[in-house]
Design a protein around this ligand. Structure first.
Ligand code: COA
Length: 319
């Protein structure tokens, strides 16, 4: 038994914040941002728009492209670092907004930018065991809420958005392997350490990051986890048709592709149009290429991500 992606969808908020807009907000330039990160623009959610609000249109598009109705979904998993509220989970809020009334399980997964990989790997375990038939797996973020817009070292990097897939269990291959990792000793290099305590926020609620340290670790673990996935499936880079990496930074993506000797034509890049949208970035990138009809049935995709924790992981699958 396998689980297989049968539909994708995504949604970006209407408001665009370009690099030139950022030049008016902090001491930066389009050239600095674009040459260091490959980012051109990012989308920013409206004041009252929550992670679940971005997830609704992304999920509807994924269900529409899968050709299934809301009540056929029997598992909802949402990966997010910016949930609507402390509780209930964003997954249950999304379940309600989508009108899924079959009492199926719904829960959130928090692995920051690796969240979508963790969520998809979790759904895969349930589906290939035969327990559920259709899973809705979503990555959705309103990161703009936890960014200090006066800190040029972080505010140029992140954006808001959502991406979703519908997974279906069956005999056709699908997801061939997942590999998940974490090393909590790296917690401090990328964090939003604030916490709610007696009605007040204690500590900074904004993203703080040691950019250079994150960069080096990201390139190393992304190479390692790609090698691990290929070895487990007795594949080499020439067997991979598409690399779908976490969209954080073009230089991290290019360095990983180079280490794997993969031609950039086989690497999905959308970071220019939405920046780092954390758990939403991989499904956003996936939906972009899927909608253009560029993935062919039976092609092999390698997805990989890295994020706060630090966490990292991969999924190798047949389209
Ligand atoms: N605009 C202009 N200058 C900036 C700037 C900005 N937005 N942000 C930082 N700078 C300055 C720094 O102050 C520094 O100036 P100094 O030399 O006078 O001290 C200079 O640019 C170089 O800073 P540095 O941090 O060494 O730049 P970098 O080349 O390492 O690029 C990042 C910084 C953040 C782009 C890079 O480290 C990176 O991509 N890290 C990974 C981030 C990431 O992807 N995180 C999420 C992972 S899931």
């Amino acid at each position: 038994m396998y689980s297989r992606i049968i539909g994708t969808g995504s949604h970006l908020p209407e408001k665009i914040l370009s690099n030139h807009d950022l030049e008016k907000m902090v001491d930066t330039s389009h050239d600095w941002i674009f040459s260091r990160t490959g980012i051109n623009e990012r989308h920013i959610a409206g004041e009252n728009e929550l992670a679940s609000d971005l997830a609704v249109p992304a999920s509807r598009r994924a269900m529409e492209s899968a050709g299934i109705e809301a009540d056929e979904i029997d598992l909802v998993i949402v990966a997010t670092t910016t949930p609507d509220m402390l509780f209930p989970s964003t997954a249950t809020i999304l379940q309600s907004k989508l009108g899924i009334r079959n009492n199926c399980p719904a829960f959130d997964v928090q692995a920051v930018c690796t969240g979508f990989i963790y969520a998809l790997a979790t759904a895969d375990c349930y589906l290939k065991s035969g327990k559920y038939r259709h899973a809705l797996v979503v990555g959705t973020e309103v990161l703009s809420r936890i960014i200090d817009w006066t800190d040029r070292s972080t505010c140029v990097l992140f954006g808001d958005g959502a991406g979703a897939v519908v997974l279906k269990s069956g005999e056709t291959p699908g997801i061939l392997s997942s590999h998940l990792h974490a090393d909590g000793s790296y917690n401090p290099i990328l964090a939003a350490p604030g916490r709610v305590c007696n009605g007040k926020i204690r500590g900074s609620p904004f993203v703080s990051m040691n950019g250079n340290a994150v960069f080096k670790i990201a390139v190393n673990v992304l190479e390692q986890v790609a090698e691990e996935a290929m070895q487990a499936n007795r594949m080499s880079p020439s067997d991979i048709d598409w690399l779908v990496p976490h969209q954080a930074n073009i230089r991290i993506i290019e360095a990983t592709a180079k280490k794997l000797s993969m031609d950039m034509e086989r690497v999905v890049v959308t970071v220019d149009r939405h920046g780092n949208t954390s758990a939403a970035s991989i499904p956003l990138a996936l939906d972009h290429v899927a909608r253009e009809g560029r993935f062919r049935e039976g092609e092999t995709l390698l997805m990989e991500g890295v994020g706060g924790g630090i966490t990292w992981g991969s999924l190798l699958l047949k389209w």
